[in-house]
Design a protein around this ligand. Sequence first.
Ligand SMILES: *[C@@H]1O[C@H](CO)[C@@H](O)[C@H](O)[C@H]1NC(C)=O
Ligand SMILES: *[C@@H]1O[C@H](CO)[C@@H](O)[C@H](O)[C@H]1NC(C)=O
Ligand SMILES: *[C@@H]1O[C@H](CO)[C@@H](O)[C@H](O)[C@H]1NC(C)=O
Ligand SMILES: *[C@@H]1O[C@H](CO)[C@@H](O)[C@H](O)[C@H]1NC(C)=O
Ligand SMILES: *[C@@H]1O[C@H](CO)[C@@H](O)[C@H](O)[C@H]1NC(C)=O
Ligand SMILES: *[C@@H]1O[C@H](CO)[C@@H](O)[C@H](O)[C@H]1NC(C)=O
Ligand SMILES: *[C@@H]1O[C@H](CO)[C@@H](O)[C@H](O)[C@H]1NC(C)=O
Ligand SMILES: *[C@@H]1O[C@H](CO)[C@@H](O)[C@H](O)[C@H]1NC(C)=O
Ligand SMILES: *[C@@H]1O[C@H](CO)[C@@H](O)[C@H](O)[C@H]1NC(C)=O
Ligand SMILES: *[C@@H]1O[C@H](CO)[C@@H](O)[C@H](O)[C@H]1NC(C)=O
Length: 508
Amino acid sequence: MHSVSICLRLLLLCFVIPSAVRSQDFCVADQCRILEFSPEKAFEEKRLIQHTIRIVEVVDPRFCENLCYMEPDCVSINLDKREDRHGNYKCELNNVTHEGYEHQLEDHEVFFYHAAESNCVKSPCKNNARCQSGFTDKGYRCICRPGFNGQRCSEDIDECVRGLHNCSLNAYCNNTKGSYNCTCKPGFIGNGRECEGITSCKEFYDKGKKANMSIVVTLLIDSQPVPVLCHLGNFGCGDGGWTPVMKIDGTKTTFHYNKLYWSDYRELNPTGGQTGFDEQETKLPTYWNTSFSQICLGMKIDQQLRFIVIKKQADSLFSLIADGKYRNTSLGRETWKSLIGSDASLQLNCNKEGFNANCGGKISSKARIGIVGKKKKNNCSNCTSRVGFGTGGWPFFSISCGNTAKGKLSITAIGYILCTIQENSSRQALYNVFCFSLPSFFGNLFYSYQGSQITRFSSCSVHTIGPCSRKYKNRFGPLFQTTFHYNAHYWRNYHEFSVEKLGLTNKK
Ligand SMILES: *[C@@H]1O[C@H](CO)[C@@H](O)[C@H](O)[C@H]1NC(C)=O
Ligand SMILES: *[C@@H]1O[C@H](CO)[C@@H](O)[C@H](O)[C@H]1NC(C)=O
Ligand SMILES: *[C@@H]1O[C@H](CO)[C@@H](O)[C@H](O)[C@H]1NC(C)=O
Ligand SMILES: *[C@@H]1O[C@H](CO)[C@@H](O)[C@H](O)[C@H]1NC(C)=O
Ligand SMILES: *[C@@H]1O[C@H](CO)[C@@H](O)[C@H](O)[C@H]1NC(C)=O
Ligand SMILES: *[C@@H]1O[C@H](CO)[C@@H](O)[C@H](O)[C@H]1NC(C)=O
Ligand SMILES: *[C@@H]1O[C@H](CO)[C@@H](O)[C@H](O)[C@H]1NC(C)=O
Ligand SMILES: *[C@@H]1O[C@H](CO)[C@@H](O)[C@H](O)[C@H]1NC(C)=O
Ligand SMILES: *[C@@H]1O[C@H](CO)[C@@H](O)[C@H](O)[C@H]1NC(C)=O
Ligand SMILES: *[C@@H]1O[C@H](CO)[C@@H](O)[C@H](O)[C@H]1NC(C)=O
């Protein structure tokens, strides 16, 4: 108690110094406070309500103003003149004076109200800053809110320019009054502080943007922002987010079989990637920079759109086509013909289908993506009919998309090529897990396979979606009793172990 009163007495010194004495003369600049409680602003039997920021107890009623002085936000006090049973007085510190709050200065017989001279009454501080009376030679100081600067907090801080922001490197920083906005750059999505690049419509779709409509999204293709119309939902190729790749007008030769577009990195009319199933021919960088597990092929004939899907995993369409090598598919002739409708015609033989389908011979019908046919059974050369995209050869050499066949059939189409990665393919791999348990093996061993290809070996804990199926356990368990025992050499060598009995390929 003793030291407190000494301290208070010292402060009292500062407090009673006439305001004519300049603060700088004896105080550290800015920290010194001069607060004058003039007798004109002392009111007996009054109390200012609702602005108390702190209640303190004082042993001497005169200390109340002192404590107000020590509290930088305090500019007036209410003193409860009643002594409590310890001999203390209650002192309420307020952060406003009655000026402007006259209606809150209430009669209260046991209270004494005293206000200091406050330069904050004129609200000199801007932008919601806190005003503290008695500081600096102006008689107040402003404590700015974040984002503002200056003696009166009237200057906006440009966080973007001064590097005081949180925006992702992949975001724009836009200054706002008192703050800033982070906006992910085109090709990125996120909240601005974290922006993730999206490289396909599938990613866009998966990031919770599920919708069954189409929307222009800027993808990051080959590190460049590329706005494309993402086809979301099921428009005929199954549910998902489909990335456009190409649009071909069959009446033109832009994407004829022989054109370099199939084997180079040139784009064509990228804005056509934003316009959906119309007539604008387009080749997007997604041709060489978007990996997929499914290709959606569409043909529009007489305003009628038809679609088929090829399930094929690849790094890009470019990787399947550009080298000119044939890569098979197995959709079957009827599926290909369904792109055309009931008028479709394809000769019965050869029926080579896939990418770079070309049965040989200089004038043979061929397709970058499609199926070719011929009449004679003998062998697969000089085909004379086709259904596909990027076509050429006899008959109707110049038709680049649609269906042509010997006997004057020619149907041109606008072709659409889109792609996506279907989660299903990976789920399917998990679904097709074979497992077996061995008494001496510390768990279950799993084969994951896609088609007939084993793609993964794993132990139960990693890839199971359910418990190891009893069915498989019983069926295959005994078969491997010791083959893959912990001590077996198979774990340490490169020898294959035939699992043909499982209907799988030769794999360990
Ligand atoms: C006074 O303090 C209250 C509570 O902390 C606060 O809401 C109010 O803005 C302050 N008023 C002034 C003028 O500083
Ligand atoms: C940065 O972001 C965090 C939240 O992620 C926020 O709490 C913090 O205030 C931000 N910093 C600046 C300087 O804006
Ligand atoms: C944000 O800033 C970037 C450049 O820094 C500018 O291109 C963009 O138009 C700005 N956005 C807004 C909404 O001001
Ligand atoms: C900042 O973001 C808000 C909300 O997203 C928006 O209303 C405002 O226009 C943006 N301001 C600038 C300068 O970008
Ligand atoms: C999505 O499809 C459903 C049924 O086909 C339809 O009712 C709904 O309006 C569609 N939503 C949008 C956003 O297109
Ligand atoms: C995109 O293309 C560039 C070269 O053009 C290549 O380096 C990059 O690996 C490609 N990315 C994908 C995902 O195909
Ligand atoms: C397709 O090609 C793969 C590998 O190139 C081959 O294993 C498969 O037998 C072919 N399928 C058909 C139907 O020709
Ligand atoms: C296909 O026919 C051509 C010409 O009749 C012949 O030269 C070629 O050897 C035949 N190919 C096969 C695989 O029979
Ligand atoms: C394919 O056509 C060419 C030229 O018309 C011809 O020389 C060749 O014998 C034909 N091959 C077959 C197998 O019919
Ligand atoms: C996903 O796979 C399941 C069974 O494996 C199948 O029934 C379903 O149709 C598939 N969905 C799509 C969108 O391919």
